[in-house]
Design a protein around this ligand. Structure first.
Ligand code: ADP
Ligand code: MG
Length: 366
């Protein structure tokens, strides 16, 4: 099912004593989600991710704008008629019901032509349970399951309704690191095999990058960039997006342009044609450093330590003009021998160096 958000806006007006305030949680969202696509909504806490899901599910009404499922305008359709499967961070299972009963629950109160027999319900629930690999645990109570298994019950319960779209709001947040990894792969597999159009909300960039066909990067209710994960990482539209994606994080420096050359401190990094002299922000991905200094591309940093990670090494360094607590450079482990002393001279890979306007944070392409 294709989903279209058309100028979707949600403003919350609140009042504390005599002071009125309003928050635009979702500001003029316009995008299309293709049939069968898994879209990741990514942004820091409070940026409007959950509100977007609530609008899609019908739990909240937009202030303005429209939502379409396929060609159908569902903006005024009540939540129960939208055919949406929802999964939240806290799985909210019924503790006194078994896994099977929890999964059949959404099918119980169907009326008229949608009414199912007991056998049909069990069949549907068993199929959903198989999909999330819980078919051997149908008689257990939620308290007898691990967190990951409980979240899979919640996913099966959302899928049993054969929803037109599946909405997942930070579904992995309550799981420990290992289960989180496993469950996210599981979600991707289930989504692929059902082909259900899915919107996955997270504040964790790694999670969003690994699971999504495309990601929507948002901040303060505004969409900053929508693209494939690799494209957003390789070609960030502004400094916020560049800083939000990537582990270790991108290294951010105060720099300047002088005579069409890019500088950090007194070191010339590379040419930047047709740009006026001014102060800028320069951001370098950890993998953008090399230890062979190619030609004039050199940045001299203080060497803190070297961490061996097997295939790669991580060089931890410092620079007066860097805003990060420490610089992280990831280089090939073969280069270990050439690093010693108290300074390190880096070469730079041009396509891993991004330049931004100092005030607006907008990207300067060169
Ligand atoms: P996220 O899920 O990205 O953390 P939310 O969508 O929950 O963000 O919230 C977005 C913004 O809208 C926040 O500033 C939040 O305080 C505000 N907000 C959310 N729900 C309400 C509400 N029911 N009433 C007033 N403000 C709200
Ligand atoms: Mg939220």
């Amino acid at each position: 099912m294709k989903v279209t958000l058309q100028n979707l806006t949600k403003v919350f007006n609140s009042r504390v004593g005599k002071v009125k305030s309003s928050v635009t949680a979702v500001n003029d969202f316009c995008f299309e989600i293709e049939d069968g696509e898994l879209i990741g909504l990514l942004g820091p806490s409070g940026c409007g991710k959950s509100t977007t899901l609530h609008l899609l599910s019908g739990l909240q009404k937009p202030t303005s704008g429209k939502i379409f499922f396929g060609d159908e305008d569902v903006t005024a359709l009540p939540a129960e008629s939208r055919g949406v499967g929802l999964v939240f961070q806290n799985y909210a299972l019924y503790p006194h019901l078994t896994v099977l009963q929890n999964i059949t629950f959404p099918l119980e109160n169907r009326k008229g032509k949608d009414k199912l027999t007991k056998e049909q319900m069990v069949l549907r629930a068993t199929e959903a349970a198989k999909l999330v690999q819980l078919e051997n645990l149908l008689d257990r109570k939620p308290s007898e399951l691990s967190g990951g298994q409980q979240q899979r019950v919640a996913i099966a319960r959302a899928l049993v309704k054969e929803p037109r779209i599946l909405l997942l709001d930070e579904p992995l947040s309550n799981l420990d690191a290992r289960l989180r990894l496993q469950t996210r792969e599981e979600i991707r597999r289930i989504q692929r095999s059902t082909g259900v159009t899915t919107i996955f909300v997270t504040h964790d960039q790694e999670e969003a990058m690994s699971i999504s066909d495309r990601i929507v990067v948002m901040k303060d209710g505004v969409i900053h960039q929508i693209d494939k994960p690799q494209a957003v990482y390789d070609d960030p539209i502004n400094l916020f997006v560049a800083k939000f994606l990537g582990t270790p994080p991108i290294n951010v420096f105060e720099g300047y342009i002088k005579n069409e050359t890019l500088y950090i401190d007194n070191e010339a990094l590379m040419p930047i044609a047709n740009e006026a002299d001014r102060e800028v922000v320069i951001a370098i991905r950890p993998e953008g450093f090399t230890t062979e200094s190619e030609g004039e591309t050199v940045l001299t940093c203080g060497l803190t330590r070297v961490e061996v990670m097997g295939r790669d090494i991580s060089i931890v360094a410092t620079h007066d003009k860097c805003e990060n607590v420490s610089i992280r450079a990831i280089v090939d482990a073969d280069n270990l021998s050439c690093i010693n002393g108290t300074t390190v001279r880096f070469g730079l890979k041009k396509h891993k160096v991004f330049v931004f306007e100092k005030e607006s944070g907008e990207r300067i392409r060169f």
